[in-house]
Ligand binder design. Sequence first.
Ligand code: ADP
Length: 633
Amino acid sequence: MRKKAFKTESKRILDMMIHSVYTHREIFLREIISNASDALDKLAYRALTDDSVGLGPDDLRIRIRLDPSARTITVSDNGVGMTADELETNLGTIASSGSFRFKNGLDGDSVPDVDIIGQFGVGFYSAFMVSSSVSVISRAFGSDEAFRWESDGSDGYTVSPAERDGFGTDVIMTLKEDTEEESYSEFLDFYRIRGLVKKYSDYIRFPIVMDVPKTRPVETEENGEKKTDYESYTEEETINSRVPIWKRSKDEASDEDCVAFYKEKYYETEDPLTLIRADVQGLTSYKALLFVPASAPFGYYSREFEKGLSLYSSGVLIIDRCADLLPDHFRFVKGVVDSDDLSLNISRELLQHDRQLKTIATSLEKRIKRELKSLLEKDREKYERFFRVFGLQLKYGVVSDYGAHKELLSDLLLFHSLNKKGMVTLDEYVAAMPEGQKHIYYACGESVSKIEALPQAERIRDKGFDLLCLTDDVDQFVVELLGKVGETEFRSADADDEALEDAAEKEKAEEAEKSSADLLAFVKETLGDRVSAVRISRKLKSHPVFLTAEGGLTIEMEKYFASLPGEEKPKANRVLELNAAHPAFAALSGAFASDRAKAEKYARILYAQALLIAGLPLEDPTAYSDLVCGLMD
Ligand code: ADP
């Protein structure tokens, strides 16, 4: 029998398979099972149009046999099989095989990214990642003759006549010998193989059967005494689930079933907050079963967290955690996507596959958004629970990519409202605005109670306007990026705002500003570079001082940057505002007229108080304490 050489391209892929240090060798089983399933599909298709096939889908199956003494794994199917010619063209060259998709990746001498091997089917040749030799015995449907294709993967293969009962194919893989680094014997273990079938091929629609090891009690008699012994035996069983839960209709799989699946698959103890079932027919059709977890997984907000959905195609797991299917702002979603369209395309062109994936990702993003919106409208309590856990993620989503997702996410945001004493959406805030209120007022701070006590909050509340309390670092940036809700702009409680002033107040402040010009200059000089200006405040009512900022950077932003690692921290241009109507101001003026040294002390104390109210650290707490105690003498 003459050995035939592999075509050059096949040879290169084979070399790569054999010498790959690829860590996911286990996928060979997925590939071989997937080929068997294709062969069964082809025959099932033929049976639809050709009565002489005489087969129902239930007669078709895949069988895996392990023979540890011969070191073989055999995967058999009763599918279409292959003629001698087909064995040669399909397995001897890669031109018509799935491995073909690799060809384009093999430019010159470059070796494609090994990860691709795991993500996309590499087909039949992957058997050589674990086998020292592979035999394929096949009898084509409708033929009386069987043939054996055999190769050790090194330079060529042989095709010779063989025997086989009935049509179909056996792929017999003789495993490589174990080395110090690699164990191939593990693939002879029933539990390991069953685990792999469950992991990658659980939803192949045909039964995958194996001899399952079992024990049973047997009664024996020894010296007249009855004893129970246990004997081992095997029983043929179907080891795959066949119809995945996400492919079943609502009648076939209840929400409870889906929740049970979620808990089992993701080792969750809590029910998900909500589940999403999608069955989309269109240019790219897909089914999806998605879950929003009730709590954030450990390390969720760290870099280590990996987002992604499991991607299946025709019941075969393609990528366990496909990151491209989920935008970052919805990275908390878990679940499964299955698209038969994808398989057709991935086996042809990688690029096209990419586009299909994008279409699905876009459609999923819209779907998740819709689901969250509906949760917000229909089950407020649950949504607020969701928002407490993942709200921060949505806010990051608003500010990421220069605000590219703000339209999508803004109506999912909640902020604490001082009036409602609870969370409101931005639309709810605007809808509740009394006549005369022109802006959405917000103030930043560490906690709601601290914001409530801020001097600048007072005048807003006195007007009967609501104030949003922004307590997350990112909030300030969210508001900045959103700019407005509909036509209503945001306005910081720190900002000057004519709408909050009445004419008399305004006049008073302007007058005080003029008459105290020398005093203000003196305070500025005393504080030096610590502040960029000292002014009479138009927003203070009962409080003596207040620190604000001018220019783009606010005090809250400065605090946020200060909390980040790094050397260079941007600083806000601080403006000290004094309440001219406060007794402390009168005391300062008095001292300025009679005792400059005392006035200096007062200025420093007032500035320190403004820092404390703003939540900024004191430059020198001991000096401040001395200053205050000095006044007690
Ligand atoms: P792919 O399956 O992606 O086309 P493979 O390299 O895995 O690529 O297989 C090459 C070809 O060999 C298949 O397209 C199919 O025609 C044939 N083949 C492989 N396994 C079987 C099988 N069990 N039964 C029938 N044909 C098979």
